[in-house]
Ligand binder design. Sequence first.
Ligand SMILES: [Zn+2]
Ligand SMILES: [Zn+2]
Length: 348
Amino acid sequence: MTLRPETLLRPMPGGLYCPAGDFWIDPTRAVARAVITHGHADHARAGHGAVLATKETLAIMAARLGARFAGASQALAYGERVGIGGVDVRLVPAGHVLGSAQAVVEKGGARVVVSGDYKRRRDPTCAAFEPVACDVFISEATFGLPVFRHPPDADEIAKLLLSLSTFPERCHAVGAYSLGKAQRVIALLREAGYDAPIYLHGAMRKICALYEAMGVPLGDLRPADEMLAAPLTRKMLAGAVVVSPPNALNDAWGRALGDTVTCFASGWMRVRGRTRQQVELPLILSDHADWDELTATIAELRPGRLWVTHGAEEALIRWSRAQGVPAEALSLAGYDEDETGESGEAPP
Ligand SMILES: [Zn+2]
Ligand SMILES: [Zn+2]
């Protein structure tokens, strides 16, 4: 029996639902059975009966949500297949953050790929996106406008290194989301040859330790909080790199750092007017595909149809249709709308 690919996954108020297998992908409310693409808060929530994800994503969920984040959990390695109610599910790398996966859902010769969040450029902290031919490709569109073209990462890291050598007496406070972006900034600095200690806000330490335990070396990391406790050690942060959640830089914690060059690592730094006034050194580093990466991916996959979700859908839909790929918006609420940045990359 052939199955129409469009019926394999259905957009519902709680997320994407697979009726044939009775499971959800990244549900926004507690469900009996969930497949989770990655650990960002808007995709990975607590309270599901059973969770299927990569072992890295399960570890991230346990670290952020507590050991009892789900009734049961099952780790699936990249490329490994599992049958759920007669539906084949496999996870392949999405290149977004450590453990991030696309969910490949198949039944009766129909294949749907849910990319979750993804990017195509190299990231030393996670496995690279793997293209999978499919009938339906579900793409995010966080940066789905031609104005979004992220520059090479090395150029952004070079800006930070130049500032460090120009202002050796000022602390460089880098605002970066605690899952993914922080570790990527640190790994890119290390690749560029920066081997001094990097100081971490308390909120960063657990996930950085988890990355290291999962085989992503981050070099000499030290707690910033203890340095801030005494004037003598506080002085040692002058000229050092401190990585912190973006919000902390605007409160008492950030002020305690003294004379700082405030940096913020985000794809949104590209857009004039979005840049916060107090950000002295914007670093355009994104964990989401930019316009060129989105369109290159669609051109490479040429899926039977494209469903576009969370972000700027319209331009990407129009572009795809012009290329002969039928495309439509998938209305899914509850992703990347959290302005605290907890969700990964909300606009500042
Ligand atoms: Zn994400
Ligand atoms: Zn997302």
